[in-house]
Design a protein around this ligand. Structure first.
Ligand code: ATP
Length: 324
């Protein structure tokens, strides 16, 4: 039996650069692993792929991403081995935290070891990207830039934040609907020529903002919605443009987090989870207690850097940074 943690992600930034000829959107996103994790138990079987999960909303048949990962790997390697995978879910599902994608990436890495396969990294990344746009990121972890569909991953210097809070108001925001209702200026084909800008500059700016002690922020927080500083800042998620007006409760979560002392807050991915940054643990824990009192799910987390992320797979991850 092999047991591995499968971490969640947030997006520090998510920009839609345009619509591509293949119908996908061209993204530029800075992704980050955080220490909220599912637990995956793997045990070898002769031939079958069998999936169990303690969460009622997660399918355990061939629709499950870990099932798809195992099946695709087996087919690619041309072998007839089996595995039983038990998922203990802690990451809220369909919540913009990448839970399914993370599970799929961890499954690929675990099965390389259990089935004793030696797949070239380039091929591993290509399998991951076929499973889903967020899956390649979870082969690398830490702070990464994602471009293309978000599946072309470039490791960046780590952004470290100790006092994060994830909040989910239990609203289901269908990813497809979000992308379908983007404003036309974000989906012009010519917008893709905006790439590339200075990525290092963008990263430096985000990281400086996250690490700085915000001086003027406190006057700006509170009840004046117009003064909430996140829009002026570098944390940015273009998917909020269609989502917040349609789901006012999410905008309320964002506002309330700032009222409760967060220095910034942003929706993660296509939602509906919002993350917030706090200066200290006490304010964060008080905010978590208040939000839970409103019936919302609130989980304090911290960032997980790449070396910690990869220490789970030290034997497997030989050279994932240099896969390209
Ligand atoms: P995305 O933004 O790509 O939709 P997400 O992070 O918002 O991802 P996930 O938790 O990955 O959402 O789940 C999306 C859907 O995928 C769920 O509704 C669930 O039915 C299905 N699913 C398949 N496999 C898994 C898995 N292993 N864990 C969670 N959900 C899974």
């Amino acid at each position: 039996m092999l047991t591995l943690q499968s971490y969640a992600k947030i997006n520090w930034t998510l920009e839609i650069l345009g619509r591509r000829p293949d119908g996908y959107h061209e993204l530029r996103t800075i992704l980050q692993t955080v220490d909220l994790a599912d637990t995956l138990h793997f045990s070898l079987l002769d031939h079958d792929i069998s999936v169990h999960c303690d969460h009622p909303d997660v399918p355990t048949d061939e629709r499950n991403l870990v099932w798809k990962a195992a099946s695709l790997l087996r087919e690619t390697a041309g072998i007839d081995r089996g595995v039983s995978i038990e998922i203990v879910k802690r990451i809220p599902t369909a919540a913009g935290l990448g839970g399914g994608s993370s599970n799929a990436a961890v499954t690929l890495l675990a099965l390389l070891q259990l089935w004793q396969l030696d797949l070239p990294l380039r091929q591993l990344f290509s399998l991951a990207s076929r499973l889903g746009a967020d899956v390649p990121f979870f082969l690398v972890g830490g702070t990464c830039l994602g471009v293309g569909r978000g599946d072309e991953i470039y490791p960046l210097a780590g952004i470290e934040v100790s006092h994060l809070l994830l909040v989910n108001a239990g609203i289901l925001v269908p990813t497809r609907e979000v992308y379908a209702s983007l404003p036309p200026e974000l989906t012009k084909p010519e917008a893709t020529v905006k790439m590339p800008l200075s990525l290092e500059l963008a990263h430096e700016a985000v990281s400086a903002r996250l690490n700085s002690v915000r001086t003027g922020a406190q006057e700006g927080s509170g009840h004046d919605e117009g003064a909430v500083p996140w829009r002026a800042g570098l944390l940015r998620n273009d998917l909020e443009i269609p989502v917040l007006p349609r789901y006012p409760e999410l905008a309320q979560v964002r506002r309330q987090l700032v009222e409760l002392g967060a220095t910034d807050s942003l929706m993660s991915g296509s939602g509906s989870t919002v993350f917030a940054i706090f200066d200290n643990d006490q304010t964060r824990q008080e905010a978590a207690a208040t939000l839970r009192g409103s019936g919302w799910w609130a989980e304090p987390v911290r960032t997980v850097g790449r070396s910690e992320y990869r220490s789970r797979f030290s034997a497997l991850h030989r050279d994932a940074d240099h896969h390209r």
